[in-house]
Design a protein around this ligand. Sequence first.
Ligand code: FUB
Ligand code: ZN
Length: 628
Amino acid sequence: MEKVRFNDVKITGGFWRKRIDLVRNTTLKAVYDRFSDTGRFAAFRCDWKEGMPNKPHYFWDSDVAKWIEGAAYLLQEKRDPELEAIVDGIVDNIEKNQWEDGYFNIYYTLFAKDRRFTRRDEHELYCAGHLMEAAVAYAEATGKKKFLDCMVKYAAYIEKRFKTDCDTGFVTPGHEEIELALVKLYGFTGDERWLELSRFFIDKRGVSDEQRPDWMKPEYNQSHLPVREQRTAEGHSVRACYLYSGMADIARLTEDGELKEACKAIFDDITRKKMYVTGGIGSSSGGEAFTVPYDLPNIISYTETCAAIALGMFAGRMQLIEADSKYADTLERIIYNGFLSSLSLDGRSFFYENPLEILPCMHTRDVSIKNPAIHLPPMRRSEVFGCSCCPPNIVRFIPSISDYFYTVDNSGNLPLIYMHQFAESTAKIPAGKGSVTIKQKTKFPENGKLAVTVKGGKAMLAVRIPSWSDGFKVSDLSGAIFVRKEKGYAFFNVSDGAEIKLDLGMRIRLVEADPYARFDCGRVAVTRGPVVYCLEGCDNGEPLRDIKIKAKSLRYKDDGPVRDVPSIVCEATRRYADSFKNELYKEAGTAATLDFEAVFIPYYAMANRKETEMQVWTLAEASGKRLG
Ligand code: FUB
Ligand code: ZN
């Protein structure tokens, strides 16, 4: 299966166009400004001295690299000389401060030049990987090769030290990333050395006992077993999913069956036991990590934005090695929920953690001690963080989101095109010796109606039937023949001029969790299509946890209390707090209840107004019932 690159899938309107434009017009600059204030760009001059503000941190290279990568994706769509001048300035500094032998790292150049590649957890290869990804994206966008040449030189130095001379203090990096970056470098340059180097890092992980501090278990950076023997997702969730993405790349490109089996099992372990309904992963703040199966607490959910992105990247790679809609379903869950919640609606501030429940009262409970006994995610987004990996990750993920919308299999007589995601768009799919153009006209996710037109030669088109679909209906077929449904896709034979009109079958659905997901027992999540909804205190009064909704009355509205965002309303009841005026406890069922109208907003739009309670999992009078 081949990927259809995002630059061949133009988002022409609707939900994602709005978000890409927001990143272009606001977020890119917002992150740039905060990174300038905090010295991240100036750090590339490598002239920081004791006494100066903003001492460079050991992975600032990666923060700026991700920002450049995002800028490059926007430049691929539209050149912008001012933006290019900024990037060119950073690239000049990289070239100037790159060592003769190819090494580049701000922190090590300034503070630790005598101990390159001796500390496994100090992120040199993580930074290198992000710089390589940025260099490839920038070369692709502008045709300028200076940055790429620097990074090819750096890759050669890494190859020499780790693979040829084997004289480093560790064999595999403490934070994965370089594996998938080297695959990109290979993809762009065609030089198999980088594919081999990527495979080298993947093959070596978990094979021998590697350097680690006493507190760190080998699972933390997925070094507990050779990767081919791993079957469960362990440790730091961003590291893990970057590794799994690299493994999936290598499995596909080198037709490595063992690696593929490992990836499949790990993907299932995550999505069946360790993923929130929002697509967030990494439930524990300790180690920013996966924990045991079904450990998905809501109020302390860590669910780092980078982890959601990393799982999206893994899912996107898995759909290239196996035709099964579960991969695109997962990606969809992430992009409309636990990833998108990270960005404020105005595009200027960010959640690093994406909680599934916010209780402001919990933030005031530890009055006598400085550090609260439990870690609670912040209730508000911030413009920048000390560890600011997430904002630039958003900057690169949204403009390239359509990287995951289509794949194509050109190995048979007829090109087999998979449509994984739905968006107002025009895609030029490399098919056989030519191309097939697929146009989607849709208001998705506002509704599930989709009009598809095909231009070019003949093809088999596989349209995903989302896991939430109720009554996937084809209403019109011209120049297309429905063939079959398989593995979550509807297959159509199409030829030039074909038109397919269909309805994905979107309705309001209540979702419940596996009983072992103990924090959600007896509660439901309100969803519509791919979008998970939540309650906020400012619309519903508090406490939210007492609200019981009447499922049959749920009703979708294309507007609501948050501007430009839909809502779902329903009849609901809650106990009358005054019934408890003089008592903390009373006989069950004796309190008076109040009826009121509950208002849900999409989870992605939460926390955009004042600090208030928020919850996804809600009590319902009738769960699991079919709704109109
Ligand atoms: O360590 C680099 C990045 O910072 C990780 O990927 C994030 O989880 C955060 O710890
Ligand atoms: Zn992050």
